[in-house]
Design a protein around this ligand. Sequence first.
Ligand code: NAD
Length: 339
Amino acid sequence: MIHVGVNGYGTIGKRVADAVAAQPDMRLIGVAKTRPNFEAEAAVRKGYPLYAAIPERADQFRDAGIDLAGEVEDMVMTADVVVDTTPSGVGAANRDLYERYDTPAILQGGEDADAADVSFNARANFDGTAAADADVARVVSCNTTGLSRLLAPLVEEYGVEKARVTLVRRGGDPGQTSRGPINDILPDPVTVPSHHGPDVNTIIPDVDIDTLGVKVPATLMHLHSVNVTLEAEPTADEVRDLLDAESRLFLVPEKTGIDGTGKLKEFAMDTGRPRGDLWENCIWEESISTEGSDLYLFQSIHQESDVIPENIDAIRALLDREDRETSMATTDETLGVGL
Ligand code: NAD
């Protein structure tokens, strides 16, 4: 049994905690929080032991009537692995804490690649992570996860000469009331290429990829406009079959009438997905087109949840507990991945 602590209980942390609790080979030993807010209340109601992320604030929890199991160092000391889901930059600073207790850790995509020993995506480099003898792995960002899942089978099956992707990015998550834009369309970053392409290279080193970013007033999902020049000339049907065989790629069928991210999220909620989460890349099936060696498609990425199965697999890879197929299959089955 792998004892897992989750440090930082926000958008990603609360989802990772639920996913850990669902695994047959893992036990959630607790979550660390900075404040006794609504998420702390929800963690208590779920029965998750709560640790004070900032010991000086422990009184705030007591004043709010919330019992603490201890301080974050107690959790780190007890855990076999900590999943750090704190805001960008905090995870890198926390590395000292994990090293002090010799506890392996998983960081998130908001950290620079060099904050970790290895960057992780289950489909593309589970084996590389398991072999790396690393103490700290970084699950790459939501966008990089989505791109890596898509490119890995294309690289393996056809070879990729060049990928060009425009990422239409949501302004903020639904709970991030201070983010924007609320009435604009921003080149973001305005410089070309964006950092996402180099981030994909931390997972698939040899793929030639340029990315451009645009930020829009939306909260539900990102949308990628993808053009990949392949080293072969498959038909659109052949590419569709290749992608359809991947458990974490969902081909949105034309007949469902899903025309955008709003209906995708409705579909997720209607089918009982927790929090309306979409762990899979959502690729519009009829957008998959080929022109000679050029492949085109649109895919949407649910930024709040596509990295959740990856965090679970990263735990097993970092601790070298399972092979890729077994880990991904267990994660997919327990969470319900695969629409
Ligand atoms: P979030 O702000 O929703 O949650 C972070 C939580 O950590 C908050 O509850 C915050 O109070 C807490 N925290 C702050 N300082 C802390 C500390 N010192 N110790 C413990 N907890 C602390 O952020 P998020 O969206 O969950 O992002 C977390 C990480 O995941 C970031 O690296 C981010 O880039 C990455 N990520 C986010 C998304 C997304 O769309 N939300 C997607 C993929 C990856």
